[in-house]
Design a binder for this molecule. Structure first.
Ligand code: GTP
Ligand code: MG
Length: 384
């Protein structure tokens, strides 16, 4: 679907990119829609933008309701904490609350009563000594697709970094997974990275880097620039064309890494293998209350999302002492990002940095500049 948009529509899209608040973004999207010519080739695009507008409106209304009721009862929105936020999704009695409690120690609001959980409930778990993962239990999805409650739950999913889909081995677990995937897709969320020809990951600095594919990197960078994107990592499949890149820029579908947990494996040991057979590339784990080891499960979940979200751990060193917990950064992060996180003063007064990592550096420590790209498990000392 090459949209081939006229320059004025591209300029409007730039405004969408530049929007700093949800209100600004909503306004910019509405203006963008009116600047797009309506014909067969732009149908899909317009549908996606309208969906995005609807979602934003809903979020804004929800925020207003929350502000109005501040101090009166809990809200549906969960502030992100830690290095990543993962939202649990599933149908009634699937075992979400049981899982949250087993993994994080949060007191369980679990029972045989369906729809027992009425409000999102966060809990924290730590992976590998220092990566903190926020898990958010949610009220159960209703099987009927149009439910307004579902809509709220799915917008939590839209704002998360990753999804844990919880299905029940004593029910048709594979059908549950498929239905959840359908509901997510209707909300503009996909959990299938392998189906995308072009993956664009926004960055805050470093320009545009292009990985894979047969396109000229400078053409890709120029197209991105026309839409107001100056820093991004672009991953291309071999057959990706510039039209595909344009579609990906405008594509408002968000990719969320996801894994599936099949619960009640003790009651139906076969349940999980059916899901594994039908889940394609999705990772599928099992859980059985009483016999699963929560520490092992925490490890698998933490490691999976850490890799999928392209994160790295960087330890800081000061006066010969290495920090106990790492900073968790996006792959591609530079010494400047560490300096900024530690203290803004370090950016201004930066002289050089020392980086230790015997696994990847010929000389460790290496003396480097502020633009040096860091890697997982680096130890950094900034000299100001
Ligand atoms: N045997 C067995 N029972 C489980 C397992 N996981 C959860 N249960 C039980 O299933 C019931 C539902 O679990 P919940 O954790 O409340 O499910 P939920 O997804 O939070 O459901 P909502 O009530 O809709 O919030 C409870 O009685 C749990 O004890 C499991 O692995 N094995
Ligand atoms: Mg629950």
């Amino acid at each position: 679907m090459p949209a081939n948009l006229p320059p004025q529509a591209r300029a409007k899209w730039k405004k969408v990119e530049e929007a700093r608040t949800k209100e600004e973004k909503l306004q910019a999207l509405i203006e963008f829609v009116s600047s797009v010519p309506k014909h067969k080739g732009t149908e899909k695009l317009l549908m996606q933008v309208r969906r995005q507008i609807a979602r934003l409106r809903e979020e804004l209304e929800q925020e207003q309701r929350r502000r109005r009721s501040l101090g009166r009862g809990p809200s549906f929105f969960v502030e992100k904490e830690g290095d990543m936020q993962l939202v649990l999704l599933g149908f009634a009695n699937a075992g979400k609350s049981t899982l949250l409690s087993a993994l994080t120690g949060v007191a369980c609001s679990c029972s045989d009563v369906p729809y027992e959980t009425a409000q999102p409930q966060p809990g924290m778990m730590v992976w590998d000594g220092g990566v903190s993962v926020q898990l958010v239990d949610t009220p159960s999805l209703a099987p009927s697709q149009g439910s307004p409650r579902n809509s709220l739950i799915l917008s939590l999913a839209y704002n998360a970094d990753g999804l844990v889909i919880v299905v029940d081995a004593t029910q048709d677990a594979l059908a549950q997974l498929e239905l959840i995937e359908t509901m997510l897709r209707a909300k503009g969320v996909t959990i299938r990275e392998e189906r995308r020809k072009v993956v664009i990951e926004r960055r805050r600095s470093g320009g545009v880097s292009v990985l894979g594919g047969r396109l000229k990197a400078s053409d890709v960078a120029e197209l991105l620039r026309e839409y107001g994107i100056y820093h991004a990592l672009v991953q291309l499949a071999d057959d990706a064309t510039l039209d595909d890149v344009e579609a990906a820029i405008l594509e408002l579908t968000a990719y969320k890494p996801a894994l599936v947990i099949v619960t009640k494996a003790d009651l139906n040991p076969e349940g999980a293998s059916r899901v594994k057979g039908g889940a394609g590339h999705l990772k599928v784990l099992e859980f059985a209350l009483g016999s699963s080891d929560p520490a092992a499960l925490r490890d698998e979940i933490g490691e999976y999302f850490f890799r999928r979200l392209n994160l790295i751990r960087v330890y800081t060193r000061k006066d010969g002492v290495v920090s106990e917990r790492p900073l968790v950064l996006k792959r591609g992060a530079r010494v400047a990002d560490v300096a900024e996180r530690v203290h803004s003063r370090l950016v201004k007064e930066f002289r050089y940095a020392l980086v230790w990592n015997e696994r990847r550096l010929k000389i460790s420590p290496a003396r480097v500049g502020i633009d040096f790209v860091l890697d997982d498990m680096d130890v950094v000392e900034i000299v100001a």
